[in-house]
Ligand binder design. Structure first.
Ligand SMILES: Nc1ncnc2c1ncn2[C@@H]1O[C@H](COP(=O)(O)OP(=O)(O)O)[C@@H](O)[C@H]1O
Ligand SMILES: [Mg+2]
Length: 238
């Protein structure tokens, strides 16, 4: 289990996260909803070891991750699919996947490459072409596949639906569900509540750096006023 408690993070004088708590369990999707600037990306980057928290705890299966460097966090089994995909444009699709699996042995790399191609057959079709020629949705699929290459137990996804057409969002969300059903714990951050709630099990709503709601996806849907109060009506497709 991945457990974050009382997380505080500052960038110099700016408090980005003032009190965020969440839990991610194997085989389940925890969805973090919050408006732009709420502290979602900072939370993921802190768990990934890219930013140091000023207070709070981050524990993976009972062991603290505080002070653990980013590449060691990956080794411990937590992978981050960053905001904006960040695929390498010139290298091929296959090369982008290989870069994601740099720390794995060849056997795992082959297995995870096949997993990515099975989840997203379009990546297999395009594997020898430059990643920069993929559409936005395909680049999100590639970023997701690349995140799976390190053989994670937990995968964190930062706004996977951003900028994608609704039909593509459904495909990406469907594959997020499939990955969780295979036993991974998923921590997904979204401004698009409607998209995230299609597949989430557990929901945390954050507002200005604080968790203000935490419950099952069913509770979040039935308390849609809670969600819309912090995200705006449009987040629920109203
Ligand atoms: N590198 C940074 N330096 C200074 N302030 C930052 C930095 N990154 C984010 N912030 C600030 O921290 C707050 C939370 O940002 P962020 O975690 O990116 O929110 P979200 O992902 O929910 O949109 C915002 O006020 C943002 O302006
Ligand atoms: Mg963000």
């Amino acid at each position: 289990m991945l457990v974050v408690s009382d997380l505080h993070v500052r960038y110099g004088k700016v408090s980005a996260v003032t009190d965020i708590g969440l839990t991610v369990e194997p085989g389940r999707i925890t969805l973090v909803l919050g408006a732009n600037g709420a502290g979602k990306s900072t939370t993921l980057r802190t768990i990934a070891g890219l930013v140091e928290p000023t207070a709070g705890s981050i524990e993976l299966d009972g062991e603290s991750l505080l002070g653990v460097k980013a590449h060691r966090v990956v080794k411990r089994g937590i992978s981050l699919v960053p905001e904006g995909r960040q695929v390498f444009a010139s290298p091929s699709v296959a090369e982008n996947l290989r870069i994601g699996g740099y720390s794995s042995n060849p056997e795992k790399r082959t297995r995870n490459t096949e997993l990515a191609y099975d989840l997203f057959p379009i990546l297999r079709e395009r594997k020898d072409g430059p990643a920069g020629l993929l559409s936005g949705g395909e680049q999100q699929m590639l970023a997701f596949g690349r995140g799976l290459m390190s053989d994670p137990k937990y995968i964190m996804m930062d706004e996977p639906s951003m900028g994608l057409a609704p039909a593509i969002v459904d495909t990406v969300m469907g594959s997020v569900r499939e990955i969780a059903d295979r036993g991974l714990g998923v921590l997904m951050v979204e401004q698009n509540a409607e998209a995230g709630l299609l597949v989430a099990d557990d929901v945390v709503v954050v507002n200005r750096g604080e968790s203000v709601f935490s419950g099952s996806a069913e509770e979040a849907r039935s308390h849609s006023s809670v969600v819309s109060a912090f995200l705006g009506e449009e987040a629920l497709g109203a």
